[in-house]
Design a protein around this ligand. Sequence first.
Ligand SMILES: Nc1ncnc2c1ncn2[C@@H]1O[C@H](COP(=O)(O)OP(=O)(O)OP(=O)(O)O)[C@@H](O)[C@H]1O
Length: 740
Amino acid sequence: MERIEGMISDIVFKNEENGYTIAHLANSDNEIVIVGCMPTLSVGESIEVEGKWVNHKTYGTQFEVNKFMPVTPNSLEGIYVYLSSGMIHGIGEKMAKRIIDKFGVNTLDVIQNMPERLKEVEGIGSKKIDQIVKSYEENRELRNIIIELSPYGITPNYCMKIYKKYKNKALENINKNPYQLAEDIRGIGFKIADNIASKIGIEKDSKDRVSQGILYALNQSLSSGHTYLPEDILIQEAKKLLEVKPPIIEECIMELAYDQKVHIEKMNGMKLVYLIPYYVSENGVCKQIIKLSQAEFEDLYIDIDKEIKVVEKQENIKLATNQVLAVKEAIENGVVIITGGPGTGKTTTINTIIKIFENNSQEVVLAAPTGRAAKRMSETSSKEAKTIHRLLEMGFATDSDQLEFMKNEEEPIKADVIIIDEVSMVDILLMYSLLRAIKPGTRVILVGDSDQLPSVGAGNVLSDMIESCVINVVRLNEIFRQAQESMIVVNAHKINKGEPLSLNAKDKDFFFIKRNTNEEILKEIISVVSERLPKFYKVDKLKDIQVLASMRKGELGVTNLNIELQKYLNKPEKYKVEENFQKRLFRVGDKVMQIKNNYTKKWENEDRSESGEGIYNGDIGYVYHIDKEKRIVYVIFDQIKIVEYKYDELDELDHSFCTTIHKSQGSEFPVVVIPMTWAPPMLLSRNLLYTAVTRAKKLVVIVGDVKYLEYMIKNNRTNDRYSNLAYKLNKFKEEGVLVK
Ligand SMILES: Nc1ncnc2c1ncn2[C@@H]1O[C@H](COP(=O)(O)OP(=O)(O)OP(=O)(O)O)[C@@H](O)[C@H]1O
C-alpha cells in the first residue's frame, strides 16, 4: 500500500448515499485523481490517503483509496479552508482570516496546545475560546470515527450518533465490543456490527456475538409479524445466521433472559422467547382491556331506543338490527369491537354513536392509526379525528432526545368516549401505548375489518381480540342496498367467501382486462392509467388513480412499474428539474410516498403562514422543486404542506405511481388498478386481494391472467403469526389479574 499526502483541490463526483467520491489531490509535486469511499471530503482539506494505483480503461491512471485520514493542514490556504469551513463553531470566514493573520502556519498548534493565546486576536474572549476548543476537539474525534468506520458502510450521520453516545470513548468501545453498537445505536444492526467484529478478529462463538445474533433473529421475526418465537425456532434461526452449535445458543438465550434483554415464558411445556417490549405490551394489552371492560363508568341513564330514533329521524335512515346492537353495546360497555366488511354500515354506526354520546354531553374523541385513515374518519364524521400518535401526544420529554408518548397512565387522554377506526392496522406496541393512556371509566370503541391484512408491525391484535371472546364483539354483516349496487363491495364480500367474482358488468365499477404476458400487462396498464381512464372517467391520472402491486420485484413489481409509469405520467420536460439518486430518478412533478413515520419532519405552506411537524408512513405527495445547489428536494403533501428532504434523507421517500398493497392499507383512492400475474403464493393471497380491492371507492381495474385472480380468491392461507394475545386474554380474565 502506498501513502500520499496532499490537499483536495477539486471534488469531481460524490455519491451522497454511499460516499463514493472522485477528487483531485494536489501537493507540491503534482495533482492526482483519487477515488473511493470518502464521504466527508471537502475542497481545501488536507488528507493522507492509503491505497494503490489502478488503470481505468476510460479515465486512465488513478489512485484507489483504501483508507484516508486527515492531516493537520500545513499550508496557510489549507488552514484557512479548514477553519472557515463552518465545522468549528465560533469561527466564520472573517474570524478564520484574523486568526491566521496572527498565528500563520502555527494556528492549529495554538488552538490545540496554547488556546489562551487566541485572546490576542481581536474579538476573542474566554467564552469564545472555550467554544472553539470544544468544537475543535469534537471535530477531530468525530472525524477519526468517520474515517475508521466508513469502510464498514457506516454513514457520517451514524458516526455522529455514535460520537454523541460514546464521546471520546467511541473507538475504544467499538474495538472492545462492536456488537454494543447494534444495541445502542438505532439503525445499526447486527450485520454491520458483525462485519466490524470479524475484521477485528472476534471469534465466531464469542458470547457477545451469539447474544447479539439471537436478538437480531428475534428482531427479524418482528417483520413477519411475530411477537415471540418458540425457543426451538429461535435456535434454528440463530444457528443459520451465526453458524454456531445449538448449546451455546441455548446458553446465550438463558443469559439474555437473566440480563432482562429477553423474556422466556412457558406455555404448555413450550418455551416462548420475547423481546421485552413485546412481552410487556402483550401482557399490558390484556390487563388494560380487562380493566377497561370491567371498570365502572358513569351511567348516562339513556333511553337508547329513543335516542336511536332521534338520530334515525335526523339522518333519514333505519338502523339494521346489528347496527342497533352495536350502538347499545357501545353505550352499555367499557370496551366494544365493531367489525364488518365494506358497505356494512360501520361509518353510519360510528356516526350514530357519536351523535348519541354528544347529545348526552359526553366528550367523544376520534383517532385512527394512519394520517390518511384519520383524515377519512374526519371527513365521514365531520369531526376532528387524530392519528393515534397525535392523540397520544408524541414528543420529546425534557432531558431526552427519544420520542415518547406524553399520554400514559399518569397523564391519560381526556375523553369520555374514544373511538378508534381501522384497528386492524394497529400493532401490539401501539395498542398497548393507546390502552395504557385510557383511564378506566372511559368507553372504548374499536372499529375495523378483521379480514384486512394484519398490521405491518407485530401482532394480530384485532383478530386475536375477536377470537378471544373476552371482549364484546358486534359483527355487521348486512350489505346495504346502496352498497350492493357497487360491484367493488359485492366482489369484496365474494372474495372473502372464496366465491367467483362478477366481472365486467355493464355500467358497473369492477373490470378485468385479460392479458397474458407481463409485457402485454405492462403495456395495458400504462395505456389504461395514462390515457383511457382519464379520458372516459374524467379522473386525474396522478391524483385519482392508484396502481397497487403485490410485490416489489419483477417486471410488474412496484419498482419497475414506477420507472415505467414515470415515463408516461410525469414526462421529462425542459422546465422540470431532475436528479439521480442511485437507481432512482426524481423529477419535479413525481408522485412520491413517505415510507417511514417521521414525527419531527417540519412542513410549511408556501407563504409560511402555516407550519407544523410530522410526515407519516404512507403519506403521498408530489415533488415540488429540486434545488441542486442546496441539494434539497421539496415535496408537497396535502396540497399545502411543503417539506424539505436533504439529498441524504431521500431514503424516506419512494416513488408512488405504484405502491405495494401492504402500504395502501388505511388509504382509499377513487380508482385502483391491479396487475395480476405470477407471484410467490404468499403474495397471491385472498386477504391481499381483498385489501387491494377495498381501497377503491369508484372503480377497480384488474389487468392480467384470470388464473392468478382465481388462485388469490382460493388461497386463504394467511401467514400465521406467533402471538399469544387471544390465549392470554382468556387466561388473565379467568385469573382476574389486577382487576380492581
Ligand atoms: N341502516 C342503513 N340503512 C340504509 N342504508 C344504510 C344503512 N347503514 C348504512 N347504509 C348505507 O350503506 C352504505 C355503506 O355504509 P357505511 O359507509 O356506513 O359502511 P362502511 O362499513 O363504513 O363502509 P366502508 O368500509 O366501505 O366505508 C352507505 O351508502 C350508507 O349510507
